[in-house]
Write a protein that binds this ligand. Sequence first.
Ligand code: DOR
Length: 452
Amino acid sequence: MTATTRMPLATAPGRFAGTVVIRGGRLVDPARGIDAVTDVAIRDGRVIDVGTVVDTSGVRVIDARGLVVAPGFVDLHAHLREPGFEYRETIATGTAAAVAGGFTSVCAMPNTEPATDSPAVVEFVRQAARREGSARVYVIGAITAGRKGKVLADMLELASAGVVAFSDDGDCVADPALMRHALAYSVAAGRPVVQHAEERALTTGAQMNEGSVSARLGLPGWPRQAEEVIVARDCELAALTGAHLHVAHVSAAGTLDFIRRARAKGTRVTAEVTPHHLTLTDDLVGGHWWSATASLPPYDTRTKVNPPLREAGDRDAMVSGLRDGTIDCIATDHAPHGTTDKHVEYAAAASGISNLETALGSVLALVHSGALGLVEVVAALTSRPAAVFRLEAGTLAPGAPGDVVIFDPDREWCVDPAQFASKGRNTPLAGHVLRGQVIATIVGGEVLHDRS
Ligand code: DOR
C-alpha cells in the first residue's frame, strides 16, 4: 500500500458502493477501551474490521492521519422543532446541524406542535427523518397528552410505535401522582422517563440564576432548589416504582447529591449535562468580551436558557460529576430559536441555545485545560449516552453501524452562526474562538459532512 495524501473526503455526500477505510487516525472507542492509531473499515453500512488494513485495492481510503476517529456522537436531547415550528428548525436542518457537529444519532424532543404524544406524530417524525434527515433520528414520546401535565399519553402505544424514552421536556411533570403513574407505565414500556426538573412555584417570573449577578442586574432569580426538589422527589418515586429516571440538563451542584444518594440505594437514575452548563456561568448575562472585537452586551438574550447558566461552583461540580460518573453523559439540549423569539427584552425572550455545531469545540476546552481526558469526553458523547437509552450506537466494534466522526482536537475556529446548518443562530458563543473542530461525519458508511 502506498502512502495516501490528504484529499477531500467526498465531492458530495453520498453512498460509496464499496468498502470505506478510514486510515491512520487515532481511534478512540471507549466502549472497547481502544485508544490507538489504527484503521476502521466499513462495508454495506457497518463496521467490518478494525486494525491495519493492508490491501486497499478497490476501496475508498479516507486519510485521517493526525486526526481523532471516534464513533459518531449520540445526542439524547435535541429540539428539532418539526412538526409545528419549522421557522426555528426542521428535521432536515436540525440533522444537517447534527452531522456538522459530529452527531450521527439524535433523540428528538416531543415539544412540537402537535406534541409527539401519539403514534401518528411518531410516524411523521420517523418518516421525515428517513426522507430528509442526515443523522439517525430517535423519537422521544410525550409523557402527558399535549404535554399539558394533566393526563398521561398512551405510553404503551408510543412504545410500540418506537419511541426510545418519554419526556415533557420544556415543562416539568409537576403533579407527583401523575409522575408516579408515568414511572409505573415506563416500567411496562421498558423505556426511561426523562424529567425536566423545574418546580414552577419557584421559577415563575425568574429570568436567570438566583445569585449575585441577578441581584446586580435586577433580574428575578431562579434558585437551584427549583431543580433539586424535583430531582429529590422523582428519585423517591423511581424507587417506589422500580422505574428508570433520567434527569435532563442537570445544572445545580446539589442535584448531584440526590442522584448519588438514590443510586447508593439501588435506584435506577441516570443524568445528562449540557456543554453550556459544563463551561459557562451566569456572569455572561452581565456582558462579556470574547475578544477585542467580539462581545456579548449585558442582558443579551442569547444567554437565556432553561435551566439557567449557574455559578462557577455549579459548573465545576458538573465537570466533577461527569468525571466520577454521577452524570452519565453530555447532551446538547440543542434549542434553535428564530430572531423573533430572541430579539425582544430579556423577560419576553425564549430560552435555549443552538448547540449541535459548537458542542464538541465547547467541551474540548475541558480537555485542553486538563479538567477531563479526551477519552472521557468521547465516552460522554458516545458509549455512555447510547447505554442510557440502549441505542445501537456509540461504538465501532465489528458489526456496529458505520457511524463515525473524524475531528481535529486542536484546530481553532471562530463561531459564526451565519455559517450554521441549523436555522437557530442563537448562541452566546458567537465570535468566540473554539479549539477543536469536526472534519468529517460518516453515517452508515456515507460521508454526510466534510470540512477537510
Ligand atoms: O432552554 C431550553 N429550551 N430548555 C428547555 O428545556 C426547552 C428548550 C426549548 O424547547 O426551547
